[in-house]
Design a protein around this ligand. Structure first.
Ligand SMILES: *Cc1c(COP(=O)(O)O)cnc(C)c1O
Length: 348
């Protein structure tokens, strides 16, 4: 893949914003270059200074955990920012298109729509795997990106590795693998494949297993060339100082996170087995994520019944290939028990 061929010309030629922090890096004692309030902030922690635009401290820690050099990492205000930047940097509005594989995460399509970029949909097979022939047929000379979510939201399964590699090896645009749920998966991350495929972008996030959805920190891993595109296009201070500091603290607690992952996976098994015994449950789809896709006898009725008992799940029954299905996040053992108790009393 030749990145220059797929990148928009205006982005190729873009002179990015140069902040005070970009122009002077080094030791100094008096900073009068960024029009900050030199006196401080009305908070116990000082936030009067602009944050590191490239978040190097956080990236170094992520680099240690993931085994990826910092220059191959982009941090976004959630994965959603990474998704938006990919579409904006590579797709010409009204001309280019992206390929999506529904049922899948909704933000890819919303982001494409916001940017006036056409979406070509190639639904997954009945077994929630890639339709490789359909994808090959959908690709045209203006197809820039293919989004593959694995483990997939809302179907919970992982996409076959060989199929993803087939797409990576044959598509001359970018293949984005969204691994938001990779920590819960039996499958391995594609991060080790970054050196093999220069058209690969991997998305991960601190919002799920890391328990930091409120901080808004998403990660993209890719070639240095692609990361440079992200850095050119992103707002200069896209990760605020509080999020950078808190993310850095949280990243010291890998053991706690791994313990929660083990508990979540154990609860996923327990909840799945127990749900199958209920008369209102038809099928539990295999899950590599922290949620279950559950085919029921009456998705809308059960959804409403649970709402009345203060339990909120996600009704996915209007989504293609998810007829009658609810998406249920794995809760704490107590929450899962409450859910099971409520569902047991759903009338025949
Ligand atoms: C939850 C989720 C994300 C996370 O998005 P953030 O913006 O990082 O919170 C990304 N992709 C998928 C498929 C998700 O389900």
């Amino acid at each position: 893949m030749d990145l220059k061929k797929i990148l928009r010309t205006n982005i190729q030629n873009l002179v990015p914003y140069s902040s005070a922090r970009d122009e002077f890096q080094g030791e100094a004692s008096v900073f009068l270059d960024a029009n900050e309030n030199s006196f401080g902030s009305p908070l116990a922690t000082a936030y009067n200074r602009y944050p590191d635009p490239l978040q190097l401290a956080v990236k170094k820690k992520i680099s240690e955990i993931k085994g990826v050099p910092p220059q191959n990492i982009f941090l976004g205000n959630g994965s959603d920012e990474a998704i938006d930047i990919l579409i904006r940097a590579f797709c010409r509005p009204g001309i280019d298109n992206i390929i999506l594989l529904p049922p899948t995460y909704g933000m890819y399509e919303v982001s494409a729509n916001i940017n006036d970029v056409a979406v070509k949909k190639v639904p997954l097979t009945a077994g929630y795997q890639l339709n490789l022939e359909g994808i090959a047929e959908a690709i045209d000379e203006n197809t820039k990106l293919i989004f593959i979510c694995s483990p997939n939201n809302p179907t919970a399964n992982s996409i076959y590795r060989e199929d993803i590699e087939t797409v990576l090896a044959n598509f001359p645009g970018l293949v984005i693998i969204d691994e938001a749920y990779i920590n819960y998966s039996r499958q391995k991350t594609f991060i080790r494949e970054l050196t093999e495929y220069n058209n690969l972008v991997i998305l991960q996030t601190l919002s799920k297993a890391w328990g930091l959805a409120g901080l808004r920190v998403g990660m993209a891993f890719a070639s240095e060339e692609i990361i440079e595109v992200f850095n050119k296009v992103k707002p200069p201070y896209n990760i605020n100082e509080a999020s950078q500091q808190l993310a850095l603290n949280a990243l010291q607690n890998v053991d706690q996170v791994n313990e929660w992952i083990r508990e979540t996976v154990a609860e996923r098994d327990r909840l799945g087995t127990a749900l199958l015994d209920l008369h209102c449950v038809r099928e539990i789809f295999p899950s590599d994520a922290n949620f279950l896709l559950v085919k029921t006898t009456d998705a809308k009725g059960i959804y409403q019944f649970l709402v009345e008992r203060g339990i909120i799940v996600r009704d996915r029954s209007n989504v293609i290939l998810c007829e009658d299905s609810l998406r249920i996040t794995i809760g704490t053992p107590n929450e899962n028990t409450l859910l099971l108790g409520a569902l047991k009393s759903f009338p025949h």
